[in-house]
Design a protein around this ligand. Structure first.
Ligand code: NIG
Ligand code: FE
Length: 416
């Protein structure tokens, strides 16, 4: 039956809204006690109390989804991941436990470049297969929309191969929505060491036009960081991408305060990501220019760095999103419960703010705030049912996956 009704909820946490929520508005998750939801052809057609909804319909026309007295809320949006890559870097993790830093390992030829080697050696089919598996795992955590980046190719062939893998997955998988990002300037290729400007030229003149022409990416991104790409190089690349119609993201102020946040605001990026070291001025610029501050606490945790100052950003009226940053090096996790725990216990975020950051603000970080990220009439029915009767169980059950049922565009796609 294409018509469904979700009944018997304790609450429907709607997160209602069609734009990112900034500052104090992040607290507004707008729950409806004993709410119910109507779905037709994959879209939400009514949201209200159970009484209101039952009065409006002939129940015989609907397939009933019984929430069994539990919380219903929007599916999570994981708006920053690098889920397509070859190989693993497990030994690097152990080197870091021994005291080596992420940048030390990168400078001596490990890090991103080692994943580049493994990704170049992987076939398209192999990348699709590992991506497929990783998507399965994300869905079980309640993720209904995910972003994936290239950036483990650096050369033309492999960058395109990574993006092609995501295009294939996008067509194949109707149980999760995938947004694609071109991250060609993710590291400096060995042959370009000391000639970073030439590498940026290569990305701008050779790779970017093909990516745009084949319509392989919605967003462009760059690792703007000391000893990787400078502010000027980042500006040059991102402006070229913007000209070709891509929207902008930036790995900004992760390890050193370079002014990546300021650059994101200057260029009207959709999001600035990481921001562990963002300056006060940079934060105020993000708020003023409505750039989403995407925070990735798993990475700070994994690198044993100080967390991004979410409190200051929210109090400065930024719209904050949270995401996993799943990647083979700095943060190998796609665990939403881990992100919730870190944001709650180490970033002083309130659970309502965390929910906003993982739903409507994540959707806005992928320019999908009109289509998903909240339970509103007209949006895709991307919905999860928890195993407990209150959203307060999300941080309380630390690191535990309490998502019971996952619904993508009206279809049940996972039952834990
Ligand atoms: O978002 N910071 C740069 N890029 C990734 C890490 C990539 C890797 O280590 O493989 C990140 O943390
Ligand atoms: Fe990243």
């Amino acid at each position: 039956m294409s018509k469904k009704v979700i009944l018997n909820t304790s609450e429907v946490v709607t997160c209602s809204g069609f734009e990112a929520k900034a500052g104090k508005a992040m607290m507004h998750i707008i729950p409806i006690k004993n709410g119910a939801i109507l779905i037709d052809k994959g879209y939400i057609t009514m949201v209200g109390t159970e009484n209101e909804v039952l009065e409006a319909i002939n129940l015989d026309d609907y397939e009933v989804v019984d929430a069994k007295g539990n919380t219903v809320m929007p599916g999570f949006v994981d708006s920053h991941t690098h889920f397509i890559f070859g190989g693993y870097r497990a030994e690097e993790f152990s080197w870091r436990l021994r005291g080596d830093s992420y940048m030390d390992i990168m400078e001596r030829g490990g890090g991103i470049v080692s994943s580049v080697k493994a990704t170049r050696e992987s076939t398209l089919e192999e990348l699709v297969a590992v991506g497929d598996k990783r998507l399965d795992s994300m869905i079980r955590f309640g993720v209904t929309t995910v972003e994936g980046k290239s950036g483990y190719g650096l050369d033309m062939e492999t960058e395109i191969k990574q993006l092609e893998a995501m295009r294939i997955l996008k067509e194949k998988r109707k149980d999760i929505n995938i947004a694609t990002t071109f991250l060609g300037p993710h590291a400096v290729e060995k042959q370009y060491k000391g000639r970073e400007d030439d590498f940026i030229d290569f990305q701008i003149n050779e790779v970017l036009p093909i990516v745009a022409q084949k319509n392989l990416a919605e967003f462009a991104d760059i690792f703007c960081e000391k000893n990787v790409f400078t502010i000027d190089q980042s500006r040059r690349f991102l402006l070229a991408a913007k000209k070709l119609g891509l929207r902008l993201k930036i790995h900004a102020d992760e390890i050193v305060q370079l002014g990546g946040a300021e650059l994101a605001a200057e260029l009207g990026a959709v999001s600035a990501d990481h921001l562990l070291q963002a300056s006060d001025f940079g934060i105020s610029q993000l708020a003023a220019k409505k750039v989403i501050a995407t925070l990735l606490p798993g990475t700070a945790f994994s690198l044993k760095e100080a967390y991004a100052d979410a409190r200051k950003m929210i109090d400065s009226h930024c719209a904050v999103a949270l995401s996993t940053d799943l990647n083979p090096g700095s943060c190998f996790t796609n665990s939403i419960p881990l992100i919730i725990a870190l944001a709650a216990l180490h970033m002083n975020m309130r659970i309502e703010e965390i929910i906003t950051a993982l739903t409507i603000n994540g959707a806005a970080a992928l320019s999908r705030e009109q289509e998903t990220g909240s339970i509103d009439v007209g949006k895709q029915a991307d919905i999860i049912i928890l195993d407990f009767p209150s959203y307060h169980f999300l941080p309380y059950h630390m690191g535990m996956n309490i998502v019971k049922t996952v619904i993508k565009s009206g279809n049940i796609v996972a039952e834990n």
